[in-house]
Design a protein around this ligand. Structure first.
Ligand code: PLP
Length: 280
């Protein structure tokens, strides 16, 4: 499969990364995962804008414009050799310095990498029955707004879910919901949707942004605010949302049913609108 590496397109196994790359040594970098359905990228501009905001915040300058990024993503998708839906993965690190030292090195070019993978869409059973999740403490740092390649917090959260035999782990910080292992979280009570506000405790998910837009367009009550942990136990519906999990209803939390224990009416109203946006 074709990949992108610092201005060139080449087979993935021909990409060689220096052990001095700051992505390897310090996780000093950012990434993006964008889906493409039927050969069409979903919300690529939003993913590019988030990457560019993150890079500006970290003072990493690739010299690539939004148009350049879009061209890279489109070429990777077009030449992927993947028959069905796919994801485009992009990663930028601060690059490989001559020696190891924490501060930003001078005169080092960022490393820019891209690849594609087949997209495994969520199984139909997730939409029919929902999925199970657990809650766990959020042990991550306080810049979760950056889509950092330093993912140990998310790795451990996902493994806690897997060890518990469930799909996701909803993280709690200071008594409020932050997000899932790699998803944003929504709760519904009496027809009103709430999701944690967009601050540095969460990643501003592109799927989340699409949900906010759909809610506004279709007159769904949706509030961005602190969501108390206790609201999860009282919720009629809980959803997790991301590029790869789409919008998935959580119907069991910590071994107990959420609401009726089946995907709820607000999700059933919203999901078809979302699927239509995906071209699905
Ligand atoms: N929150 C975290 C921590 C994530 O890692 C992700 C995606 O990987 C999301 C939320 C959802 O973001 P998006 O909808 O852009 O995929």
């Amino acid at each position: 499969t074709i990949s992108y590496w610092n201005g060139r397109y080449l087979p993935l196994d021909e990409v060689h990364v220096s052990p001095l790359d700051r992505g390897f040594l310090f996780a000093d970098g950012l990434y993006e995962v964008t889906a493409a359905y039927n050969g069409r990228l979903f919300e690529p501009e939003a993913h590019i804008a988030r990457l560019q905001r993150g890079m500006a915040s970290l003072r990493i300058d690739t010299g690539l414009s939004a148009g350049d990024w879009l061209a890279i993503m489109e070429r990777l998708a077009a030449d992927s050799g993947i028959a069905g839906d796919l994801t485009v993965y992009l990663q930028v690190t601060r690059g490989a310095a001559a020696s190891r030292g924490h501060g930003f090195p001078a005169g080092v070019a960022p490393s820019v990498f891209g690849m594609t993978s087949p997209l495994k869409r969520p199984p139909a059973a997730w939409r029919e029955q929902g999925v199970a999740a657990i809650t766990i403490p959020d042990i991550r740092w306080l810049r979760c707004d950056l889509k950092s390649i330093a993912l140990l917090g998310s790795v451990l959260a996902q493994q806690a879910a897997t060890d518990a035999g469930v799909v996701d782990a909803i993280q709690l910080r200071d008594g409020v919901v932050t997000e899932g292992a790699a998803t944003n979280v929504f709760v519904v009570k009496d027809g009103a949707v709430a999701t944690p506000a967009n601050d540095s405790r969460i990643l501003e998910g592109i799927t989340r942004t699409v949900i906010l837009r759909l809610a506004a367009e279709h007159g769904l009550a949706l509030e961005e605010r602190d969501v108390a942990a206790a609201e999860l136990d009282a919720a009629d519906e809980i959803w997790i949302a991301s590029t790869t999990k789409e919008i998935t209803p959580v119907t069991r939390l910590n071994g107990k049913p959420v609401g009726t224990g089946a995907p709820g009416p607000v999700w059933r109203r919203l999901f078809p609108l979302f699927a239509e946006r995906l071209g699905r």
